[in-house]
Design a protein around this ligand. Structure first.
Ligand SMILES: NC(=O)C1=CN([C@@H]2O[C@H](COP(=O)(O)OP(=O)(O)OC[C@H]3O[C@@H](n4cnc5c(N)ncnc54)[C@H](O)[C@@H]3O)[C@@H](O)[C@H]2O)C=CC1
Ligand SMILES: Nc1nc(=O)c2c([nH]1)NC[C@@H]1CN(c3ccc(C(=O)N[C@@H](CCC(=O)O)C(=O)O)cc3)CN21
Length: 320
């Protein structure tokens, strides 16, 4: 078994498993800010799980405060989210956050996932509506038991002991009727039981600062972690921004256009851009940074490597 670069004897892992039987709610991690978290997605159903386990292994060496695993991300087929979250929590001893989406799920399916999570000692769920799948089965489905994330949050809350995260949109959700309607939805999610929030990705921090000013008068007092996506591929970011509504600022458009045919140069610029965004956000006192790693450990390693002193400085400052 390897963790990071170190070979570990198997008895070490079993001791870790034993020690980590304790449950931990992510909301309490925000007592020691900034909380640094990493997001991965499960492999496609036809692919083996081993590659993502290598990703988890490499990312675990960064000692994030928690790691999240997506579920049906970008409208894709649902993968083994709970199985991967279980490994993160019980093998690596890192807190796990399992995404659960409700738009294409029945109450029966959701309750099955919640049951599995309980069995794995995971009590953190990112409760989402989810992207609309493009398949025909979904299109033909008339009765939807859950329409919005708020319906899912209310259901999970009614079961008691889960710590619930929800998404928020500094740049406004694509389908929202207006900024006000989107903010009222956010307020509803918090009032129904969301314990912390993770922002949608943005490439201009001013969206976040404006958003924080807007919600400062809304009595939303839960911690907000900022979702940052390092961009290292032009096609991928164009697909994702059209999916999630993030705009590409001129400063970043110039980078994409200039280096689109040189992957190494684009990677360098993308890492520097994300690092600059993160340093600005950390310096302004954000509660946490949630890195969408897109299953590329080397990118996360480079970025976190560039802020190790900043991370240590802020943790010590906020813990004193
Ligand atoms: N699969 C995954 O792991 C992840 C998915 N996402 C995506 O984020 C997006 C939305 O998810 P959530 O924020 O959880 O959805 P949500 O249900 O909070 O909001 C979805 C949209 O519906 C609107 N809305 C909500 N409640 C409403 C109501 N009662 N009446 C009218 N409009 C209402 C919102 O303003 C928004 O435009 C999806 O596209 C989701 O897939 C984001 C992160 C991770
Ligand atoms: N609307 C939306 N949906 C999401 O799933 C989502 C967000 N926004 N915002 C933040 C993160 C970003 N996430 C994403 C975004 C795209 C893929 C994606 O394109 N997945 C591909 C595989 C890509 C690959 O193998 O490299 C897929 O087909 O699932 C995955 C997770 C999950 N989250």
């Amino acid at each position: 078994m390897t963790i990071g670069n170190e070979m570990l004897p198997s008895h070490y892992i079993s001791r870790q498993v034993h020690e980590r039987r304790i449950k931990l709610k992510i909301k309490y991690l925000f007592r020691k800010k900034p909380v640094i978290s990493l997001e991965i997605f499960p492999p496609k159903p036809e692919s083996p799980i081993d590659t993502v386990l290598e990703t988890v292994d490499a990312l675990s060496a960064l000692r994030p405060d928690f790691m999240s695993v997506t579920y049906g991300a970008a409208g894709s087929t649902k993968g083994p989210t709970v199985q991967i979250a279980d490994i993160i929590k019980n093998k690596y001893g890192i807190e796990a956050l399992a995404h659960v989406t409700c738009i294409n799920s029945t109450k029966y399916e959701i309750d099955g996932i919640l049951h599995q999570l309980k069995k794995s000692n995971i009590e953190n769920i990112l409760a989402l509506r989810g992207d609309k799948p493009k398949d025909e089965i979904y299109a033909a489905r008339k009765h939807k038991e859950y329409e919005y994330a708020s319906d899912l949050i209310a259901h999970i809350k009614s079961l008691g002991n889960f710590c619930i995260g929800a998404a928020c949109y500094p740049e406004i959700h694509l389908e929202a009727e207006s900024r006000e309607a989107d903010l009222l939805n956010l307020k509803r999610k918090v009032d129904l039981g969301a314990d912390f929030l993770i922002t949608q990705l943005f490439l201009d921090n001013n969206f976040y600062y404006d958003f924080m000013e807007k919600i400062s008068v809304m009595d939303i007092s839960v911690p907000i972690s900022v979702g940052i996506m390092p961009v290292i591929n032009k096609k991928q970011i164009e697909r994702i921004t059209s999916l999630c509504g993030a705009s590409i600022p001129a400063k970043f458009r110039r980078i994409l256009d200039r280096y689109e045919n040189n992957p190494e140069a684009l990677k360098e610029a993308g890492i520097a851009y994300a690092t600059e965004q993160i340093i600005d956000l950390l310096s302004s006192g954000v509660d946490g940074i949630h890195l969408y790693t897109m299953n590329k450990p080397e990118i996360a390693i480079k970025i976190l490597g560039q802020i190790s002193n900043i991370r240590r400085h802020l943790k010590n400052l906020n813990y004193a």
